[in-house]
Ligand binder design. Sequence first.
Ligand code: ADP
Length: 428
Amino acid sequence: MARQGSWRGELLGGFAVVAICTLLGGLFQQAVLGFALANVGILLYWSWHLRMVQRWLDRPLEDPPTGRGVWGHLLDSIFRLQRQNREAQSRLESALDYLQDSLASMRDGGIIVNNRGGIAWANASADYLLGIRFPEDRGQSLLNLVRMPEFQSYYESEDFTHPLRVTNVSEDERSLQFEITRFGAGDRLVFVRDITDTVRLEQMRRDFVGDVSHELRTPLTVLKGYIDTLTDLEVFSARQYSKPLEQMQQQAARMENLLRDLLWLSKIETFESHRKTERVNIGSVLSEMVGELRAAYPERTVALKIEGDTTIIGDEPELRSAFSNLIVNALKYSDKEVAVVWHAGADVSEFSVVDQGSGIAAKHIPRLTERFYRVDKSRSQNSGGTGLGLAIVKHVAAAHQAELVIESELGRGSRFGVRFYSARKGRP
Ligand code: ADP
């Protein structure tokens, strides 16, 4: 049995009409006429329905006309599909409106840039932070409107793994942070955030630490002077005085190292964003440094291997302090040979120090560069460290757009490396 409204039913109905008309025609000796009339009738009937469907499709918002058989079924199906489509479209439109509303109301500036570099959309904060007006600036080149050299080179570098900070942007010394994400066919979403308060707070913290360390140096020098004088006096040579005096001397020396490292760290942080433009010969820096350390640790073996080009663009005192911190750490935390290696490749040059010491458990590695973080507090303090060495190395690396790489295995040893990228190569 053919289902009502199915094409089979429609076909069977058509055949039945043709058969009946041919039979009726046959009764009057006009079978061919009956057959032809039936076919013409069916054709007219289908054409009329087709016209009905077409007229309705031209006005899709109207309710569908009522059709018979398969035509009614077809019209209902099309109507149902259209309704589902309209609902999906309106859901999408409201989701898009919602998204645009939330982006528009953000305190951060948001700009969508098409793959030709033209502005496709921007929110109100982009106007406040960068002076980009939307829709007036639609299609304008973003780089023509944001004329900060740092932003231009960041945008063109195509490397958006880290956000870009630009300080003292305008007369009101605003600081901005940019983040760029690529999506679609080369389009970009640019986020810009006002970080003036954060930058000021960081500056205040740096100044505070620097000022306190500086202020503490004078009283410490006085105390240290008196302790040295007392130690030299004959009256205090008895054991009950010499022991505490020795400890006072040790602690004063520790405090002095601490203040020296704190001051150095705050200086490096302050000048981190300044361009380092000196040509530094890493080969002679390392030969000299390793020579001094061999003299200071005569019982230890420090191997030095230098491969490839040895000149890089940077700041010599900063690089010296980073390298010496890493070598001294290797000497402090191991008792076998320490290998110092400089390897310059085509794109990457790396300074590394390899030791066969106690190694560091993986869970400590991400925290090693935090100030005063120690894996084994008592051991590190006995070794005379300040807990600031790796923090200094991290900042020196960041100031040179380099990376501090730490690989370590418990019980087998560690490898600390500073990886420089091609932009720092000393060749023109
Ligand atoms: P410290 O003055 O305590 O040496 P650092 O910042 O230089 O401070 O190092 C932080 C901690 O990292 C150290 O206390 C030590 O626990 C660990 N560490 C650093 N270098 C090594 C190394 N080569 N082998 C094992 N542990 C190390």
